[in-house]
Design a protein around this ligand. Structure first.
Ligand SMILES: Cc1cc2nc3c(=O)[nH]c(=O)nc-3n(C[C@H](O)[C@H](O)[C@H](O)COP(=O)(O)OP(=O)(O)OC[C@H]3O[C@@H](n4cnc5c(N)ncnc54)[C@H](O)[C@@H]3O)c2cc1C
Length: 474
């Protein structure tokens, strides 16, 4: 935790300094392209904003950060204009600082800031983004010290944030990390999920190039379970890390769901956001998107699909249909604010019943069922139920189903001794150590927690790398 120095800090004076919050581009401008919407602080603005930090003794921001970044110390360095020093503070705990500063929700460090109770919280997330990007562009990313080779080899399934974090940490500890990645390019949901206007491609690419230079071997287009089995990896390597995420999408299982023009969220996001060379062969044809786009779901992915659709040429109207109401919607408030600014529409208490096509098999309309809310279910949210006789059919050119993700059942079933929990996630002894029921097999990230967020995946993967190191040296 941060070392408090209350006698040196005039908290009252600092709390009265004006906030210098990073802005996003105006909605009318940003919906015209896929460039990042965030406008980073200038160095002068970053110094001014960091100077507001109250250096709280109990550092609530640091406690709320899944990675426990030493935010007060980073703010102290930033306020002194020592940008590289601040970047080094973040790097100690966060190997994906540049990414997290852009995609973390407000509810971690920022909402915990003491200044939130007085006025505006410190812009902690965006200061992290500024610091990491400024340091990378100014000085590059420094190469860490690498321990002498242990002669041990670890197979890592999945090149997402969890797998890449484990690969980085193990390489620095002197082990050989070989990453097996199903997609044509590494990055996981950082690339094949999060849209480019939230996280620029060059940020992910810079990190990947750095990992490659560090000596991490990533074998793309290799699907574990299809091209090589999990038991084979367990036999051939000294340990295996499972970072396969939660990539399997829930389906609606409704008539017409496979009509041309009806997409699942991942395919839609990837094809709209990524250059063709990063896509699997089958997804390289341009998307056929019409004027009226229907997005089905109420989570962050649904909002990302809406905002992506709003940026596509020819689209006139993007509407999200959600079976509960705005109060139950799981999307982050900031994401909801952004899509409203970009003219996305919402229809609540509405659930699709059937997708209707024309003679050529193309989507033309969707029949929706009116819902009402009943008593809360096990998730604590009010359960939706159909209102009989209330249906409506609406014209649609494109539908995107964003109904949530779960881990891949087939991959996990290939090791019968692997204990699974509710929702098909991998059971581990503790998130920070990630030992599964199979000796030598470790797991972290979305494959353990279900579809979640990036910072917890990185935090747990960091702890698991330590546990793998201990296992290899035992
Ligand atoms: C659309 C979308 C938007 C998001 N937005 C945000 C956001 O704004 N902020 C935030 O914090 N989080 C966000 N997330 C969540 C975040 O991206 C994930 O929580 C995080 O990426 C999980 O990391 P992971 O490494 O566990 O899994 P993943 O990122 O899913 O990576 C798993 C990797 O394993 C690979 N893989 C899977 N099966 C196999 C196999 N059999 N063989 C080989 N490789 C395999 C996959 O191809 C993938 O590369 C978003 C997610 C989505 C889908």
């Amino acid at each position: 935790m941060a070392q408090p120095a209350p006698e040196k800090v005039d908290r009252k004076a600092r709390s009265q300094l004006p906030a210098v919050t990073a802005q996003v581009r105006p909605p009318d401008e940003r919906v015209r392209d896929f460039d990042e919407i965030l406008i980073l602080h200038t160095p002068e603005e970053a110094i001014a904003e960091a100077s507001r930090c109250l250096q709280c003794a109990n550092a609530p921001c640091q406690q709320a950060c899944p990675l426990h970044n030493d935010i007060p110390h980073a703010m102290e360095r930033l306020a002194a204009g020592d940008f590289l020093g601040a970047a080094a503070v973040y790097r100690r705990t966060n190997p994906l600082s540049e990414v997290c500063g852009r995609v973390c929700p407000e509810r971690f460090c920022q909402d915990a800031c003491t200044l939130k109770r007085l006025d505006k919280p410190l812009d902690t997330r965006r200061l992290e983004a500024f610091t990491a990007t400024f340091a990378r562009t100014l000085a590059g990313m420094p190469t860490p010290e690498i321990a002498p080779s242990s002669g041990k080899r670890v197979a890592i399934v999945g090149a997402g944030p969890a797998g890449l974090t484990v690969a980085e940490k193990l390489t620095c500890m002197g082990h050989t990390a070989v990453v097996f990645e199903h997609h044509p390019h590494p990055g996981g949901m950082m690339l094949y999920g999060i849209p480019r206007f939230k996280l620029g491609l060059e940020i992910v690419e810079a990190k990947l190039a750095w990992l490659e230079a560090l000596g991490v071997e990533i074998r793309c287009n290799v699907s574990v379970g299809r091209d090589i089995s999990l038991p084979q990896l367990l036999a051939e390597y000294d340990a295996v890390f499972l970072g396969a995420g939660a990539q399997e999408q829930y389906r609606a299982d409704l008539p017409g769901e496979t009509l041309e023009g009806a997409y699942d969220a991942t395919q839609f996001l990837c094809r709209a956001n990524l250059p063709a060379e990063l896509l699997p062969e089958a997804w390289r044809a341009p998307l056929q998107v019409g004027a009226r786009v229907h997005i089905i779901g109420g989570g962050n992915t649904a909002i990302d699909c809406m905002r992506t659709a709003l940026r596509l040429p020819g689209v006139q109207e993007v509407t999200c249909y959600y079976r509960r109401s705005v109060q139950e919607m799981p999307a982050e408030p900031e994401e909801y604010r952004h899509v409203l600014e970009e003219w996305g529409n919402f229809v609540w208490l509405t659930c699709p019943a059937e997708f209707l096509g024309d003679a050529e098999g193309r989507l033309r309309a969707i029949t929706y069922q009116r819902m009402r809310l009943c008593a809360p279910d096990e998730s604590g949210r009010c359960r939706p139920e159909c209102v009989p006789g209330h249906e409506i059919t609406l014209e649609a050119d494109t539908a995107v189903l964003a109904l949530g993700y779960r881990p891949n059942k087939q991959l996990l079933a290939s090791v019968p001794e692997l204990r699974l929990g509710r929702g098909g996630v991998v059971e581990v002894d503790a998130p920070e150590t990630g030992r599964t029921s199979v000796p030598g097999l470790f797991a972290a990230g979305d494959v353990v927690h279900g579809a979640n967020l990036l910072a917890p995946a990185v935090a747990h993967a960091t702890g698991v790398a330590q546990a793998i190191d201990e296992y290899l040296r035992a």
